[in-house]
Ligand binder design. Sequence first.
Ligand code: M6R
Length: 362
Amino acid sequence: EKGGYDHYMLKEIHEQPRALRQALSGRVDELAGDVDLDVDLPTEYLDSLEEIQIVACGTSYHAGLYAAQLLERYADVRVSVHVASEYEFGGGRDPWRTLAVAVTQSGETAETLSALREAARAGARTLAVTNTVGSTVTRDADETLYIRAGPEIGVAATKTFVSQVATLALLAVHVGRRRDTIPAADARDVLDAIRGLPGAVQQILDTDSQIREVAREYADSSAFFFIGRKLGHPVALEGALKLKEISYDHAEGFPAGELKHGPLALVTDDTPIIAVLTRGANPDATLNSVKEAESRGAPVIGLSSAGRGDKYADAALSVPDLGVMEPLLANVHMQLLAYHIANAKGRAIDKPRNLAKSVTVE
Ligand code: M6R
């Protein structure tokens, strides 16, 4: 049932091109530069929106952070992203002009459900973005947008992360077109990038043996630091979460600029730096952080498009050209790095200690 793979996680990583095609199927009108999502969010309502509040946990929170940047850019609306367990509706917000969006793969995460209910009680309209048909969140929310990734068995979220980001990117274009904040020509460029995802992810999967070699070389390091800016920041957080979750190694993600404000004290020749050096992630500024780490002897694993930073990287993994979706592609390298490091250590990859696939207690 693992389709010839040793673990569900690896199978699900390899299912990503198909999951992405399903997420996009029938939703993109390339000619019109528009998106057709089956959600009832009337244009007058979207026009009057003051804020979108995203609530989520773990990997879904990272997908929310990625999407927030796209929503702000294309839909010109303020977006706040909340770890669901910390959420409160308040701060003088007008509930009628606030859309609360719960991002949850399972649709059953207790804290995310509570946060969405709090927003609904205050009078906000609610939207669920989920993978699970008929899950609790779909019954609670006013509207549901499915990510259509197919069942995910591995505790580590992989294909659902890329599908969440792709679906939320479609939502950003959908809202932006209705608010008239993104011209059709620009929307077409973004949609081109989104539609390029399945093929580009496949290109990365085809380099798996190279990624495995890099993983083996650094598997015994004492800690791993993931850095990225802009869209590279949520990806760095997600890369670190995946690695710690399945390998039990110490891994942390930072906005690259923060390295010098503290974490640099931990950097040694035994702490690889995994850096997002793609478009959409301010790669030139990130290179400064890479140089800071390198001069302390840290090995650098660079995930870059257009060969950026290859000369500083001890291991260079290449990301296909894909505009604002390049940082998401860098995440696919990180999934495989995490998988191979955990596998080299013989970890229980599909069922890491202490963790559950769906966290239904607060
Ligand atoms: O089902 P959800 O998306 O609401 O789950 C939220 C988190 O528990 C989940 O993303 C968790 O962080 C992942 N297992 C990490 O790989």
